[in-house]
Design a protein around this ligand. Sequence first.
Ligand code: GLY
Ligand code: MN
Ligand code: MN
Length: 483
Amino acid sequence: MQPAPNRPSLVPDQSPDQLPNQSADDFNTPSLSEVLRSRRHRLAQLIDFPVLLWSGTPKPRNFAANIYPFRASSHFLYFAGLPLQNAAILLGGDQLILFIDNSTPDDALWHGPTPNRDDIAQQIGAAQAYPLSELANIARGAATLGDRDETVKAMEQTLLQRGIVLQRQRPLGEKRLEKAIVRLRMIQDRGAIAAIRKALAVTIRAHKAGMAATPTAKTEAHVRAAMESVIIGENMSCAYGSIVTIAGEVLHNNHYHNALAPGDLLLADVGAETMDGWASDITRTWPVSGKFSSTQKDLYDVVLAAHDLCIEKATAGTEYKQVHLSACHTIAAGLVELGILQGNPADLVDQDAHALFFPHGVGHLMGLDVHDMEDLGDLSGYAERRGRSDRFGLAFLRLDRPLEAGMAVTIEPGFYQVPAILNDKKNRDRYANIVNWEKLEQFKDVRGIRIEDDVLITSTGNEVLSQDLPTSAQDIETLVQKL
Ligand code: GLY
Ligand code: MN
Ligand code: MN
């Protein structure tokens, strides 16, 4: 392991919105300890009390030795950089103190040797490192994050019983700490952007592999296997449960048993996550046969028009809700042109008619979590004093803030025919004269289409981080047909 370099941070301490305007090639990726030092420094500018973050422990599936794959808490990862198990960090001023136990001979027997505490401390730039038994003495009084995070809960149950008086600090520090962390994590620094790029490079290959595997695949599971094998082969994991389905109208479908038939559209929402936890999130929809039917192509192009317009509009200073509404408007206008909706697109959006077919928000923040920081509820997604709308079509908007340089967001409009929405009597009555139900029948070979890309907001516009994966119907067909 390399000692922490003793030179100034490459990540400037000034407003991080000056960072993402440069491409990855403009400079070398900063070292882990430099990235972490800059994050600590920026945290110290926002809060003036010590903070304890816990990584979490592996969760047992059915008995203690059979565990779910371990995923460290994202808040811990942001400041510790490594997916350590059973570790805590104490942050105060610019300093980092690490608490972790060295592995025992029994651990080494079953799980192999692991780096020792001092090596890890050096790698992440910790000023001091102690066994966990010292936590109670040293971290007494530090603030912790709220208990919506399961790993923090686990920490409280295990470590607090050893007598740490963390609770006293909570009412004072917790909210301020949450807000400070949201502020930091919402604006991606150079280390974060480099990691997201790495995840995306693998995700793009996974999508291409999925498309290429489709003509010979018999089931959704076969395509999923082709996609995830690229991710696993790079020693990454999936940032969320892959969606690979011919039932694209089920928004978070996690079943893979369906057989593929030539007329089907396959919707694949699959994203790799780096070893240190950074996510990616891409969706493409392609024809199983390698050729869109004319109705599929018509609707695909409506979704693509919404996708392209949203990307054009996603710039610093723009309200993300306006980006969402521009997707709604484009979809409504496209459906009017196809004869599925009747009326003026602006009025249709005011009446939420578009939401019959596009019931979710156009995207979300992304970073260490695919829906970044949703463990803190809407604190990250919604600006202060804003809350969820109860309007059909706006209730599922996950992001309602002005966009800022350094934010990484998804743009993911879609078109879906959800039986529970379209057969609902209330909707049938409300939209009786707005939907041309007979015309809609002609488009029944489309169950769900979504096109999703990851976009970094910069000070001069934006960069589509996932742009190397094509979106046009023709390019998608070519990729599927490539055997
Ligand atoms: N992959 C989940 C989403 O796109 O929100
Ligand atoms: Mn997404
Ligand atoms: Mn997705």
